[in-house]
Design a protein around this ligand. Structure first.
Ligand code: NAD
Length: 255
């Protein structure tokens, strides 16, 4: 590898990725492992599929079981990772849920479930990892998964839009405070990607056609599409990138 490409290498880095069993989280795990990281995949259920994909490419993957709807998950994740690794170098806050419902019908329970996972846990897991990085003075990389609805209002997903708008704001707020510790906090805003998150949308023929017609790239995104952006933001190549939300959207926002 020539010198410039070394900047993108994640050899010797330990990366924690939440929501690792499927979808975009799985795509990010596979990409970071291919770039050399030892990936710790956090999920409520088995990550066998992710583990198999990474093993097939000769990468390193360790499953970490945790349910992020409970604060106890934070200590449990750190404990499980530190049983195998001295330090975390990269944290990807990918786990997230969406609940489709007219704004007029949203309940406090619906709101709290989305808000807790998509916003509050992103903050407090980042804080827990950043405490270690501030203490050991070696810095690190945080990548939050935002959304088109960090920029736009969306339809029938008000709690989700609020949480993802918060993720983009939080990314800037944390970057401002932590850049001086060598901690880069950035986000990726995926466009319309073919995962469980968009199953309902893609099954609704009218909405699906409407969305597709507006994507300049002319197709839904895939988990592999976010891999390159994740490697970049996790790597030394992004050393001077702070507080930015990078859209990976086939041109949706450019339209
Ligand atoms: P997905 O539903 O396939 O994945 C969601 C992931 O979150 C899964 O791994 C799931 O197990 C995990 N998760 C949910 N609740 C959890 C909990 N309590 N504890 C631990 N893990 C939990 O959908 P996806 O599209 O892969 O979503 C990944 C991220 O990307 C989410 O934050 C989502 O909001 C965001 N996103 C998706 C799209 C899209 O079009 N698919 C667009 C923008 C942003």
């Amino acid at each position: 590898m020539n010198d410039i490409m070394n900047l993108f290498s994640l050899n010797g880095k330990n990366a924690v990725v939440t929501g690792a069993n499927t979808g975009l989280g799985q795509g990010i795990c596979v990409a970071l492992a291919a770039a050399g990281a030892h990936v710790f995949g956090v999920a409520r259920r088995s990550c066998d599929e992710t583990a198999a994909k990474i093993a097939a490419e000769g990468g390193q993957f360790t499953e970490v079981r945790a349910d992020l709807s409970d604060f106890a998950a934070i200590d449990s994740i750190l404990e499980q990772v530190h049983a195998h690794a001295d330090r975390i170098d990269i944290l990807v806050n990918n786990a997230g849920i969406i609940k489709r419902c007219d704004a007029i019908d949203v309940t406090p329970e619906n709101w709290d479930a989305v808000d807790f996972l998509n916003e509050k846990m992103v903050f407090f897991l980042s804080q827990a990892v950043a405490k270690q990085w501030v203490a050991d003075k070696k810095g690190g990389k945080i990548i939050n998964i935002a959304s088109m609805l960090s920029f736009q209002g969306g339809i029938r997903v008000p709690a989700y839009t609020s949480s993802k708008s918060a993720v983009m704001g939080m990314t800037k707020a944390l970057a401002n405070e932590w850049a001086k510790y060598g901690i880069n906090v950035n986000a990726i805003a995926p466009g319309y990607m073919a995962t469980n998150n968009t199953n309902q949308l893609r099954q609704d023929e009218d909405r699906s056609e409407e969305i597709l017609a507006r994507i300049p790239a002319g197709r839904w995104g895939t988990p592999a599409d976010v891999g390159g952006a994740a490697i970049f933001l996790a790597s030394d190549a992004a050393a001077y990138v702070n507080g930015y939300t990078l859209a990976v959207d086939g041109g949706w926002l450019a339209r």
